[in-house]
Design a protein around this ligand. Structure first.
Ligand SMILES: Nc1ncnc2c1ncn2[C@@H]1O[C@H](COP(=O)(O)OP(=O)(O)OP(=O)(O)O)[C@@H](O)[C@H]1O
Ligand SMILES: [Mg+2]
Length: 421
């Protein structure tokens, strides 16, 4: 039975970027053709797979059965087979003889057959994928083997960074976080990583806080309960994890500490807006490379263009299986200032701007002075309208809701995994 023919509406989204991370496990992948080998190789060096230890070999199921005759089986074995239903089942029978009970097996096959799928599931195979597979698909499948189906899905980390100081990156991050939580009703946490000079507290008219400093200086103690305690509630569906906002404390931020803290924070809400300061340090690079989405705010001038280009090139090269960064051109139309036109700016970066926000000192100035958002002080302004569209784009709410495998009950949930992409 051909699944594509029986379930034509269950197509996977065309633009899909997994957020789940593969835990610290051992994975043995046994490919049966070069294309799958290359995909497995690409997946193994992806950021979401960085904790896992992966070995990739050719030879398919037979090679796996041979190798594990004399070696302990890893946490996950991925085997590819070009065989038909009977061949795959008999090959897996040999593998089953040497496979330890807690090892999970993922099969990559070349036939789209629901009876085979059911037989494999009945025999303890964790997942069946139809080749050709993509690297994100393989990563998501393996990560999914270790996620608790009862826990809420992981939050998406959206990092905002400016292409130079003062371009408006933080203000936009705060406004977008506010709009996503207050207008789109998605629980959001804004994390201000600009520990000394951060403006989140000022922009939301809050005193004190400093929770992120406490978390980053003791990452080993950070868990969901501590993060809840350190966050400031800014109203329904919006919380803030801010810095101390002063220069009396000296500290070194470690890339690993930021990653550890953000990985805890992302369990507390579906949307995590991260305000990344405009500076270059190993932890900043690491945080950007590991974000699910990156928003680069730039002003239409040469230094901004040069820096944005460097950022975009580095991010595109370091994140081949992620969405390209989004570009926001901000403060466009400052009177008497020569500016690089948006089209030229986008062309130089190979990215068309996702939003072009005008220079609007009245709305932004009033918002800043009041400790409010532009949406509150100038809801009818062009800036508010553009930022709202951007919030929808980032949250993914502007598109018609597609049927996804997560929305389907029972067995149907798994069927799209078998579809050729
Ligand atoms: N479109 C705009 N029009 C006018 N003023 C703006 C606009 N966007 C931001 N601003 C103002 O620009 C100033 C700098 O903004 P913000 O602090 O958000 O920049 P940043 O890129 O985060 O700076 P830093 O490098 O210091 O972190 C603020 O006073 C803000 O209100
Ligand atoms: Mg800032």
């Amino acid at each position: 039975m051909n699944i594509a023919a029986t379930e034509p509406k269950l197509s996977a989204p065309t633009e899909h970027y997994p957020v789940a991370l593969v835990p610290r496990i051992n994975i043995g992948i046994f490919c049966d053709n070069q294309q799958t080998g290359e995909t497995a190789q690409a997946a193994s060096i992806d950021r979401r797979m960085a904790r896992a230890s992966v070995t990739i070999q050719l030879g398919g199921v037979a090679a796996a059965a041979q190798v594990y005759e004399s070696e302990a089986t890893p946490n996950v074995i991925v085997v590819e087979s070009h065989g038909d239903r009977n061949k795959i089942m008999s090959e897996l029978g040999q593998l089953a003889e040497v496979c330890q009970p807690n090892t999970k097996v993922v099969v990559i096959g070349h036939i789209n057959d629901v009876i085979l799928y059911r037989e494999l599931m009945k025999n303890g195979v964790s997942e069946y994928l139809v080749a050709p597979i993509s690297a994100p698909q393989l990563i998501e499948t393996i990560a999914g083997l270790f996620s608790d189906p009862k826990s809420a899905p992981l939050g998406r980390i959206v990092a905002f960074v400016g292409s130079k100081g003062g371009v408006g990156s933080s203000t936009i991050a705060h406004n977008i976080g506010w709009a996503i939580s207050q207008r789109l009703n998605i629980e959001t946490v804004i994390t201000d990583l600009d520990l000394s000079f951060g403006t989140a507290s000022l922009n939301f008219n809050q005193d004190g806080g400093g929770g992120i400093f406490e978390a980053l200086t003791q990452p080993d103690r950070v868990d969901g309960t501590l993060i809840e305690r350190l966050m400031t509630k800014l109203g329904n569906k919006l919380s803030l994890l801010n810095g101390p906002g002063g220069i009396d404390k000296e500290f070194n931020i470690e890339a690993q500490s930021v990653e550890t803290v953000l990985n805890v924070v992302r369990h507390s809400a579906p949307m995590i807006v991260v305000d990344v300061p405009n500076l270059w340090a190993p932890w900043v690079k690491h945080t950007l490379l590991n974000a699910d989405d990156i928003i680069i705010t730039a002003t239409p001038e040469l230094p901004s263009l040069r820096n944005a280009k460097n950022l975009v090139d580095m991010l595109k090269a370091g994140r081949p299986h992620d969405r390209q960064p989004r570009l926001i051109l901000n403060q466009v139309g400052v009177p008497k200032r020569p500016e690089i036109p948006a089209a030229e700016f986008g062309k130089a970066l190979g990215l068309s701007p996702s939003a072009i926000i005008p220079h609007d000192p009245q709305s932004f100035g009033l918002a800043q002075g009041n400790g409010q958002m532009v949406f509150e002080v100038a809801p009818k302004s062009k800036s508010a309208e553009i930022m709202f569209d951007l919030a929808e784009t980032i949250a993914g709410t502007q598109k018609p809701v597609k049927t996804s495998r997560f929305a389907l009950p029972g067995m149907l949930q798994r069927l799209p995994m078998m579809k050729k992409k």
